[in-house]
Ligand binder design. Structure first.
Ligand code: PMP
Length: 431
C-alpha cells in the first residue's frame, strides 16, 4: 500500500484502516464491503449534479475514440471553442473570455500570473503585490498557497509568494447566523489601508472566495464584497473571485458573484465545470483584460500570454464539461439547489445545542458545523466525527475545526434528515 503516497491524508492511519470506495451512483458511494455511503460533500464539492451520469460517461467515451488528445499550443480542437462559449454565456455579463486549466489550483496560479502580466502590459510592471484573506483557500500551488490564508497549508514550505492577508470575517457576533451574516462589512476597509500603506502603484490584485469553503463555510457579511469592489475601483486594483467551489450553483445562485451582485475582473472555476468526471479548471476574464493582451501589437506569431498546460482544454475534459453543463441547464440545477437550501438550513441549524457544537454556518447547499477544540487541538474531534460517520454510512469532510456538508443538488429532503440524524448521534458521542 505504501507505493501510493496519498494527498492530504494521514497515510499511516489510512493504511492501517482503509476506507476504500469502489463505486458511485446518484448521491451515494459503494465501499469495498458493499455498503452504501451517503456523499454529503458531493465528493469534494465537485460532483454536485450526482454521480454516475451516463450522459457524461458517454460523451467522454465517444471523444476518447475520436480525438484522444490535441496539442493546445498553436493548435486547437472545436470542443474547446464550444465549451468556452458555453462558460461565457453562463458566467456573469462582462466576464467574456475563458482560459482552460486542469484544476482549481492551476486556475488560481493562472489568474495571479494574468493579473501581474496585465499590469505589465498596461505599463505598470511594479504593480505585482497580491493580497489574499486569512483562512482563504486557493489550492496548493505556490501562488495559491501564498495568497491563501490557511496557516496549516503554508507552514513548513518556506517563503511563499505573499504574506499579505485581509482579516477573515468570522465574528463572534455572527455565530449561528443563517445564510449571509449581518456584521462585519467594515472589515473590507483593511484592503484600503493595505493599498494605501504600500501604494496602489505596487498592488496588482486581491483574491478572495465569495464564500470561503475549505476553512469551513465562511460567508461574507452583508455589503462586504461590494466594499471590496469599490476599494479596488478607487485604487485600480483587480478583484479576483475564486469560484472554484461556489461556481455552478452551490450557493443557490449560479455564481457567488451573482448572489452578492458584485462582478470581479477575473473569476476562477473548476469542480462542477465537468461534474468532476475529468479534471478541468477555467479562468474567466473581463473584456478589458483580454483586449489588453490582444491589442499589444507585435509580429503575427507573437504569443500574448506565456502560459498554458499540456492538458489545457483537453478534449475529454471539454466533452465532459459540455455534457455536465447540458445537465446543469436541462435539469435546472441552480433552482434545485435554491429550492432545497431552506430545508437544509433548517435541519442543519437543528443541530445547535448539541454537545461540542460552537457555531453553525450555511449558505445555499453548503454548511459547516464548528466543533470545540480538545486540549487545544481543533482538528481532533472533527476527524473523530468523520470517522464515526463513515462507520454509520455517511461521508463528510472535516477541515480545521469544522465538519462540512455540501450535498449534491439532487439530494432528497429525507436524505438531509438522515444526514442530520447521524450527526445528532455522532457529534455529542465523541469524547
Ligand atoms: N479554490 C477553492 C475555492 C477551492 O475550494 C479549491 C478546492 N477545494 C481549490 C481552489 C483547489 O482546487 P483543486 O483541488 O482542483 O486544485
Amino acid at each position: 500500500m505504501d507505493a501510493f503516497w496519498m494527498p492530504f491524508t494521514g497515510n499511516r492511519q489510512f493504511k492501517a484502516d482503509p476506507r476504500l470506495i469502489v463505486g458511485a451512483e446518484g448521491c451515494c458511494y459503494r465501499d469495498a464491503d458493499g455498503r452504501e455511503i451517503f456523499d454529503s460533500l458531493s465528493g469534494l464539492w465537485c460532483v454536485s449534479f450526482g454521480h454516475g451520469r451516463t450522459e457524461i460517461a458517454d460523451a467522454i467515451a465517444r471523444t476518447a475514440r475520436e480525438l484522444d488528445y490535441a496539442p493546445p499550443f498553436q493548435y486547437a480542437h472545436p470542443l474547446a471553442f464550444e465549451l468556452a462559449s458555453r462558460v461565457k454565456a453562463l458566467t456573469p455579463a462582462g466576464l467574456d473570455h475563458v482560459f482552460f486549466t486542469n484544476s482549481g489550483s492551476e486556475s488560481a496560479d493562472t489568474a495571479l500570473k494574468m493579473a501581474r502580466a496585465y499590469w505589465a502590459k498596461r505599463g505598470a510592471p511594479e504593480k505585482t503585490r497580491l493580497i489574499g484573506r486569512a483562512k482563504g483557500y486557493h489550492g496548493v500551488n505556490v501562488g495559491g498557497t501564498g495568497v491563501g490564508g490557511i496557516e496549516a497549508n503554508r507552514k513548513g514550505f518556506g517563503d511563499m509568494l505573499t504574506s499579505e492577508h485581509l482579516p477573515h470575517t468570522l465574528l463572534e457576533d455572527n455565530r449561528f447566523s443563517r445564510g449571509i451574516p449581518e456584521h462585519g462589512a467594515e472589515l473590507a476597509d483593511a484592503l484600503e489601508d493595505m493599498i494605501e500603506a504600500h501604494g496602489a502603484d505596487t498592488v496588482a490584485a486581491v483574491m478572495v472566495e465569495p464564500m470561503g469553503g475549505s476553512a469551513g463555510v465562511i460567508v461574507p457579511p452583508k455589503g462586504y464584497l461590494n466594499r471590496l469592489r469599490a476599494i479596488c475601483d478607487r485604487h485600480d486594483v483587480l478583484l479576483i473571485f475564486d469560484e472554484v467551489l461556489t461556481g455552478f450553483g452551490r450557493t443557490g445562485a449560479s455564481f457567488g458573484a451573482e448572489l452578492f451582485g458584485v462582478r470581479p475582473d477575473i473569476m476562477t472555476l473548476a469542480k462542477n465545470l465537468t461534474n468532476a468526471a475529468v479534471p478541468m479548471g477555467a479562468v474567466v476574464v473581463s473584456d478589458a483584460i483580454y483586449q489588453t493582451f490582444m491589442n499589444e501589437g507585435g509580429p503575427e506569431y507573437q504569443i500574448e500570454f506565456f502560459h498554458g498546460y499540456t492538458y489545457s482544454a483537453h478534449p475529454l475534459a471539454c466533452a465532459a464539461g459540455l455534457a455536465a453543463l447540458d445537465i446543469y441547464e436541462r435539469e435546472h440545477m441552480v433552482e434545485r439547489a435554491a429550492k432545497l437550501a431552506p430545508y437544509f438550513e433548517a435541519q442543519v441549524h437543528g443541530l445547535r445545542g448539541l454537545r461540542h457544537v460552537v457555531d453553525i454556518r450555511n449558505l445555499g447547499l453548503a454548511a459547516a458545523i464548528q466543533i470545540d477544540p480538545v486540549d487545544g487541538e481543533p482538528g481532533r474531534r472533527p476527524w473523530q466525527i468523520a470517522m464515526a460517520a463513515w462507520k454509520r454510512g455517511l461521508y463528510l469532510r472535516f477541515g480545521g475545526d469544522t465538519v462540512q456538508l455540501g450535498p449534491p443538488f439532487i439530494t432528497e429532503p429525507a436524505q438531509i434528515d438522515m444526514v442530520c440524524n447521524i450527526l445528532e448521534d455522532v457529534i455529542p458521542a465523541v469524547e
